[in-house]
Design a protein around this ligand. Structure first.
Ligand code: IDP
Ligand code: MG
Length: 140
């Protein structure tokens, strides 16, 4: 069983798509093992987005991601990392196919509904970044 970190980005909450997105995760058979609302600080975002922190768009990304409290979620399931990435579609919502989460609900390359870990190793690192050990539960 694999785990991945999901962040419901500000646009997802503002447009009230959280239920639709969770429905897709549940229909795929994944189990929620952690879930909370939190406001992401610039320090936490700089760590989470270290791979793009020196890009020109980063200040805009940080402002967007800290514009309101977001939902962070741990999901567990068979091959969940790749299967969630497939459900999301590519980073740029404008290039994402209809039927994918970003294709259906996203706006552009920054405002793209959901973050999901891109590897099993990063799933573990990111879950530890956003959750205390006692906030993550064993799937029944
Ligand atoms: P991912 O979210 O699909 O894994 P990453 O390349 O890890 O994409 O980038 C992290 C986030 O940074 C993206 O989800 C998006 O919000 C933002 N981002 C990535 N590339 C661009 C860009 O070229 N312009 C603006 N924002 C970007
Ligand atoms: Mg990424």
């Amino acid at each position: 069983m694999q785990r991945t970190l999901i962040i419901f980005k500000p646009d997802c909450l503002n447009q009230r798509h959280v239920g639709n997105v969770i429905d897709r995760f549940e229909q795929a058979g994944f189990t929620i093992v952690g879930c909370k609302l939190m406001r992401l600080t610039p320090a936490l975002l700089r760590e989470h987005y270290a791979h793009v922190a020196d890009r020109p768009f980063y200040p805009n990304l940080e402002a967007f991601m800290s514009s309101r409290p977001v939902i962070v979620m741990g999901l567990e399931g068979d091959n969940v990392v790749q299967r969630v990435r497939d459900l999301l579609g590519p980073t740029d919502s404008r290039k994402a196919a209809k039927g994918t989460i970003r294709g259906d609900f996203g706006t552009d390359v920054t405002v793209n509904v959901v973050h999901a870990s891109d590897s099993e190793a990063n799933g573990q690192i990111e879950l530890a970044r956003f959750f205390k050990p006692e906030e993550l539960f064993t799937a029944p």
